[in-house]
Design a protein around this ligand. Structure first.
Ligand SMILES: Nc1ncnc2c1ncn2[C@@H]1O[C@H](COP(=O)(O)OP(=O)(O)OP(=O)(O)O)[C@@H](O)[C@H]1O
Length: 262
């Protein structure tokens, strides 16, 4: 039977950093199997939203439900839930003194008691899924930026999480590597039956793989709809963001604006 409950449900969410409110009044439902692009100018709070989804940041108000239940507050229960959430962080986070295969094996060694041959086989499968089986014994310094990102992706997938969160997956990549990563994200989402939330300011690279797009600006969700509806929007704020105009309803420096408001 198809599970129709949203994999992520945010209701009346407010997120603060210190005494500053970064996001407020966030309501969102992410259907299972979808690819959602979370877009917005630098400093608008995209990564802050991801921190709430992983439980790293507690809401100042409202609720965060992931995989059909509120995120637990207790450390141990939260760690358990986080095994179901794969996260690809901006900096890859690969350990430089471990090979690609050893990096991918880390979550399996930390969170399972599987015997070594099984771990080796699973690692091989994950590296194969990102097209890098041949790179298993290479160290991060021997990998291109795009290859390192794919190894980090294989590691994020190690525990077979149903939900994947991507924080700026294209940062530092050239256009060809960016295309490879984006199509890989879409392909894995479909073939492994995942749900993916991609935080990015790379609008033109991200929209083609997304079923749904959100734009965050001025502390709230300024747009929610299909990529086609987004492209067709005549809202001045959305147009300013899509067309990269410096002047308009989004202040040039959103961080400075938030500081002034504090
Ligand atoms: N740990 C933190 N402590 C205090 N303030 C923070 C922290 N992390 C982020 N902020 C502030 O919260 C605001 C939103 O930051 P966030 O990183 O969520 O934005 P973003 O949209 O992801 O930006 P970017 O696209 O540049 O990564 C910024 O003004 C930032 O300075």
């Amino acid at each position: 039977m198809i599970d129709a409950t949203p994999i992520v449900r945010l209701s009346g969410l407010r997120l603060d950093r210190g005494s500053r409110t970064i996001l407020d009044g966030i309501d969102l439902e992410v259907p299972r199997g979808s690819v959602v692009a979370v877009l917005g100018p630098s400093g608008c709070g995209k990564s802050t939203l991801l921190s709430a989804l992983t439980g790293e940041l507690e809401p100042a108000a409202g609720s965060v439900e992931v995989l059909g239940a509120p995120l637990p507050r207790g450390k141990r229960a939260l760690l358990e839930r986080r095994k179901s959430i794969g996260v690809l962080l901006q900096g890859n986070g690969l350990l430089t003194d471990l090979t690609a295969a050893e990096n991918v094996a880390l979550p399996l060694r930390a969170h399972t008691r599987l015997p070594d041959p099984v771990i080796r086989r699973l690692v091989e499968m994950k590296l194969h899924a990102v097209g890098l089986r041949a790179a298993a014994d290479l160290y991060p310094r021997e990998l291109s930026g795009g290859m390192a990102r794919r190894v980090a992706l294989a590691r994020a997938l190690a525990l077979d999480p149903p939900l994947m969160l991507y924080d700026e997956p294209l940062t530092g990549l050239d256009p060809i590597a960016s295309g490879v990563i984006m199509s890989l994200i879409a392909r894995l989402n479909a073939s492994l039956g995942l749900t993916s939330i991609i935080v990015s300011h790379h609008v033109h690279e991200t929209l083609p793989v997304a079923d749904r797009a959100l734009v965050i600006a001025n502390g709230r969700i300024a747009f929610s709809g299909t990529p086609q509806q987004l492209q067709a929007s005549d809202d001045p704020l959305i147009r300013q963001f899509l067309d990269g105009e410096p002047d308009g309803p989004i202040p040039f420096d959103t961080a400075a604006r938030a500081m002034e408001a504090a």
